[in-house]
Ligand binder design. Structure first.
Ligand SMILES: Cc1ncc(COP(=O)(O)O)c(C=O)c1O
Length: 457
């Protein structure tokens, strides 16, 4: 069942004329505002540099820029506003807290207690230890500290092309570059993870061989680590790398490996939690429970609130790592997270995300039949990935096409996030088929246009 009632964001909105583009995009006001800001702020992301729009307002599934153009939102900020922009119940809850009590350090407050109890009620049975933080990165760092405190071991294994944040240890869980070096922190190791479209280990029939990855990890633990591995840390679905989804047998087999080797499983669910993939936690798709998970992004639907959660037997070790932070668990943050969970339940949004998954998958598969440059499509809930390739046999990434499709679709009124040749789409889970279809139409048109420009049609 999709939305239980007419969605709040549709009331008073003329959906038929969405998107509404009144100037070229980026328009003159956007360009002028961006010029002023970018003279001061440096290091902006590639997507902003490619298409420097200046957003002014957001409501539900719509974003408005300073020139008055209205876009359909397929980005949710950066996977953050899972419930759309300015959900009245979330905004009101934050405003009320902001007028009542803004900070009480790690003292208990009524709103924090309610959030903790509510959160535990939606987590897998037995996951009932929580610490609250203010960014995905700080939650990931806490997970590493908790794993070390619980196991007494210090090493970590993570995966190629995962992303876990930008602090000292979280960068060591991912790809290093010369500026976050000089080297990976000691005791941090990376291994390849299974990508069904680009498998490293295959069976004789060419399909992905999950057992070979698991055998490799076993081998790696014996031959590369010192045997002091505290945890295997990974994203359930790789976000930054391009919505890369594991084969269905991967997580159950990884869970078994961790149990056999006495290693904790840490799922970094910062991007995938709270309905993004149509489940509270993405690992539920594979009936797997992590020992420790990190929550962020959609957890507060835009308010910076994150969490590190763990199974009962691990939570006592949290005593060794302190729950004290300046902002983590402040009343406004707790109000945002609590209201977001309640909204997901009250509005049947996990079901709505599952409905959207079926819709998006069918549309993308149809587009794949029609567009030779689409090499692979994948969808879980409202987390979508589309790989553009120069040739379906060689699977050579088509970065130029990715860039052009991004700009073309944005100009037509679709706000979204590219990743080189991979189109990453993350619409809010409140969307309905009508608006979702409009977004897909824009993408379809933009891909067709780029194929013609590049001689593929
Ligand atoms: C899986 C994952 N972990 C951690 C982070 C870091 O979160 P934050 O930017 O809130 O520090 C991100 C951010 O994109 C992420 O996607």
């Amino acid at each position: 069942m999709a939305h239980r009632n007419t969605p709040w964001w549709r009331q008073g909105m003329d959906i038929s004329s969405l998107p509404r583009m009144v100037t070229d995009s980026p328009g003159p006001q956007s360009q002028a505002m961006h010029a002023r800001a970018s003279a001061i702020i440096k290091g902006l992301s590639g997507q902003v540099k490619l298409h420097p729009v200046c957003f002014k307002e957001g409501y539900g599934v719509v974003l408005r820029d300073v020139d008055g153009n209205e876009y359909i939102d397929f980005s949710s900020g950066i996977y953050v506003t899972t419930l759309g922009h300015c959900h009245p119940k979330v905004s009101e809850a934050v405003a009320k807290a902001a007028h009542t009590l803004m900070n009480a350090h790690d003292f208990t407050t009524p709103i924090k207690t309610k959030l903790l109890e509510k959160l535990v009620s939606i987590l897998p049975r037995g996951v009932n230890g929580v610490q609250l933080y203010d960014s995905g990165t700080t939650a990931v760092e806490a997970a590493l500290r908790a794993a070390r405190a619980y196991t007494g071991k210090h090493e970590f294994i993570s995966c190629y092309m995962d992303f876990h944040g930008k602090s000292g240890h979280s960068v060591s869980l991912a790809k290093m570059n010369p500026t976050n070096g000089p080297a990976r922190a000691e005791g941090f190791y990376l291994v390849p993870r299974p990508d069904p479209y680009r498998p490293l280990f295959t069976k004789p029939d060419g399909t992905i061989d999950t057992d070979a990855y698991i055998a490799f990890f076993d081998n790696f633990i014996d031959n590369v680590t010192t045997g002091q591995v505290a945890a295997f840390v990974l994203e359930p679905i790789q976000g930054w790398a391009g919505s890369i989804m594991p084969p269905d047998d991967f997580f159950p087999k990884l869970r078994a490996l961790c149990d056999r080797r006495n290693i904790l499983l840490i799922a970094d669910e910062v991007l995938t939690c709270m309905g993004r993939t149509a489940k509270w936690l993405a690992l539920e798709h594979w009936d797997t429970v992590a020992d420790i998970s990190t929550l962020g992004k959609g957890f507060g639907n835009g308010f910076p609130v994150t969490a590190m959660v763990a199974r009962e037997e691990i939570k006592e070790s949290f005593e060794k790592i302190s729950a004290s932070t300046s902002y983590g668990g402040n009343p406004m943050a707790c109000a945002a997270a609590l209201a977001s969970i309640n909204v997901i339940e009250d509005e049947g949004l996990l079901e709505n995300a599952a409905m959207l998954e079926r819709f998006f998958l069918a549309r993308l598969q149809k587009m794949q039949e029609e567009h030779p440059i689409i090499g692979h499509v994948r969808v879980k809930g409202c987390l979508l990935g589309v790989e553009l390739v120069k040739d379906r046999t060689t699977k050579e990434p088509f970065d130029e096409a990715g860039k052009r499709v991004y700009k073309s679709a944005f100009r037509k009124g679709l706000a979204w996030i590219p990743a080189g040749h991979i189109l990453r789409l993350s619409p809010p889970i409140i969307m309905d088929e009508e608006v979702a279809g409009k977004g897909m139409d824009i993408l379809d048109e933009a891909i067709g246009e780029v194929e013609r420009e590049l001689g593929y049609a």
